[in-house]
Design a protein around this ligand. Structure first.
Ligand code: FE2
Length: 70
C-alpha cells in the first residue's frame, strides 16, 4: 500500500529508491496512527494497524534487499 504517490523514474534503481522512501513515509504515518489509537483507547483499531504496519515493514525489507542495503 502507498499512502501517497510513489513517483516515477525511467531508472529502475531510482524507482526502487523512491518506492523505499514512500514505504518509510507510510510506516512513519502508521506509527503515528497507532499511537493515536492507543491513546484514545482504540485497542482493536491499534491491533488492525499493527497488522498493516507489519506488512509495510516487509515491503521496506524487500526493497532494501533489492537495493542491496541489507
Ligand atoms: Fe507497502
Amino acid at each position: 500500500m502507498k499512502s501517497k504517490e510513489a513517483g516515477y523514474s525511467e531508472d529502475p534503481k531510482t524507482m526502487l529508491e523512491m518506492d523505499l522512501k514512500a514505504e518509510q513515509e507510510t510506516i512513519k504515518n502508521y506509527r503515528e496512527r497507532i499511537r493515536q489509537a492507543e491513546s484514545s483507547g482504540e485497542f482493536a483499531l491499534s491491533e488492525a494497524l499493527r497488522d498493516i504496519i507489519r506488512q509495510e515493514q516487509d515491503h521496506e525489507i524487500d526493497l532494501k534487499d533489492a537495493l542491496g542495503l541489507r
